[in-house]
Design a protein around this ligand. Sequence first.
Ligand code: PPS
Length: 358
Amino acid sequence: MAVNSNITKTDASSHENGKDWATKNGGSVPQSSCRLTGGNDKNAVTLLNDNALACPTFHESVSRKRFEAYVNGLIEPHYWKGILYPGLYFKPQVFVDLQNYPFQPDDIVIATYPKSGTTWTAEIVSLLMHQADESYAKSLDISERVTHLEAPPGLSVKNLNSIQKPRIFQTHFQHTYLPPAIMNSRCKIIYVLRNPKDVAVSFFHHHRMAKDLGNFDKDFKHFLSLFLEGRVVCGSWFNHVKTYWKRRDDSNLLIVRYEDMKNNLSQTLMNISKFLGISLSDAQIMEVNNLCTFDKMKENERVNRNWVPSFDTTKSTFIRKGIIGDWKNHFSQEDDHIFDAIYQLKMKEISDLKFIYE
Ligand code: PPS
């Protein structure tokens, strides 16, 4: 495995001093953290430590060792604005080039914290934008119909120019770190929320399967501690959700929920259609509904990502269980109590956000 040891070792072990550093600085988080790589990037380290320090499970030496091992398992890890990314598909230069890319007002962006329903929503939006045309959807892989901003075709931002309109993008950037032209052009953004306990479980299984994430081989409890401390790729779930929730009144932002999609998909389809200004017949909405059920998507090779070379499908599958409440099969009672306590602590200023857990 090609690991950039210059980045991983230095950053991971710098956590040892991060607590002192944060304490000396009043625990504040620098806003100008935008260096790409580790080395002496104290800002990146401090951001991660800030998440960790606010966490009751934080035991510095244990956490540091766990995080160090986690980072060492990633292929070519790097930081962008203090957030850790795996580098096999997410190249640092892409992150730089996105800052100056001229996104257009008619671009559509699906934003998510990983494992919240990105691919599901991508398939939905692609179908809605193409009049529920199954033959179109079956003619191209989902990654060709919906472009991952952090991993554009050929892993080069200039290739975004050759994408056919309407361009649909997906991204795991938190709102604060969306490329400036997306913010400024007021592209339509659909943010997908999923209850964090199921996100943690789904992310755990994704880590077990993904070679670029080190084929994580520790138990769920171990992963959960990293997740709660925000010490995983794409950063803290709590921070991510807060950045979008704070913008929930923006007219160009629609927030949808995984659990609502599970419980009443056609209502979510109508909400998304209205937001995107698409008019489809009831029959077309029904067609999208049918094509996007869990069973249909699991068997559809255009969306199930079974072909991705870095996924070891003997460990898990990308379209895995697709249920609300799988966390109950993974959390101990203690995990649940800790989770709830940390949630209260980290989300205390967001009292109007509630999740469906079962
Ligand atoms: S990623 O890696 O961030 O792009 O993953 P993401 O697509 O966001 O999330 C994957 C989870 O979404 C589930 N999924 C679905 N659930 C219900 N219905 C449909 N149609 C569907 N399609 C995908 C998928 O199974 C993953 O959740 P888990 O809990 O792991 O099964």
